[in-house]
Design a protein around this ligand. Structure first.
Ligand code: URA
Length: 207
């Protein structure tokens, strides 16, 4: 499936501020949250609802509640900043953390934390990681989730590289990919160009 991109002018202006080298860590985290809200809305357009009647201060009102179980799956550590706004949007969602880091030499993913309990599986998994670079980490996360039994998986990232998008689509064609922006390429160190640098370091001020 082709990745779905945010095209809204406000999203594009936010992405530009996010990329800017001089943007503070505080503003960077804020922009990640704001962009994730927009990605989250795109990625959940088809969530089912059921009617739900409530009482406003002045009248009875027919509304809806969500009728799907959602797991938000942040890839540690950079994905945490994207998980928070999604939990606020869907307070009944569960969070399943996956600890995967990219070995700086081999650029291959290493799993260091994985707790996917048996029992009830969510209807939808929203995997969040700000950068879809080589795709190695995303593919490893998909394999863990598929082995767990997840069927409907959606991958949300702020930026993607064409190499990472192609690798993820080849490895798992059924994953739906949502990006705020799709960049030009990867450099020899696996960074997205023009990109925004290291999304974890910029969120947590560990440059
Ligand atoms: N991870 C990042 O944080 N930035 C990149 O450019 C690539 C991977």
């Amino acid at each position: 499936m082709e990745p779905q991109l945010l095209t809204h002018p406000i999203a594009q202006a936010m992405l530009t501020r996010l990329r800017q080298k001089s943007t503070s860590s505080l503003e960077f985290r804020h922009l990640v949250r704001q962009l994730t809200v927009q990605l989250g809305l795109e990625a959940t357009q088809d969530l089912p609802t059921v009617p739900h009647t409530i009482q406003t201060p002045v009248a009875t009102c027919s509304g809806v509640v969500l009728d799907a179980s959602v797991a938000i799956v942040p890839i540690l550590r950079a994905g945490i900043g994207m998980a928070e706004p999604l939990i606020e949007m869907m307070p009944d969602a569960v969070v399943r953390h996956l600890g995967l880091f990219r070995d700086e030499k081999t650029l291959k993913p290493v799993t260091y934390y994985e707790k996917l309990p048996g029992g009830h599986l969510p209807d939808i998994c929203l995997v969040v990681d700000p950068m879809l670079a080589t795709g190695g980490t995303a593919i490893a996360a998909m394999q863990l989730l598929r082995n767990w039994g997840a069927v409907d998986i959606r991958f949300l990232a702020i930026l993607g590289a064409p190499e990472g998008v192609a690798a993820l689509r080849d490895a798992d064609p059924d994953v739906r990919i949502y990006l705020a922006g799709l960049d030009d390429r990867l450099n020899e160190r696996g960074y997205i160009i023009p990109g925004l640098g290291d999304a974890g370091d910029r969120q947590y001020n560990t440059l």
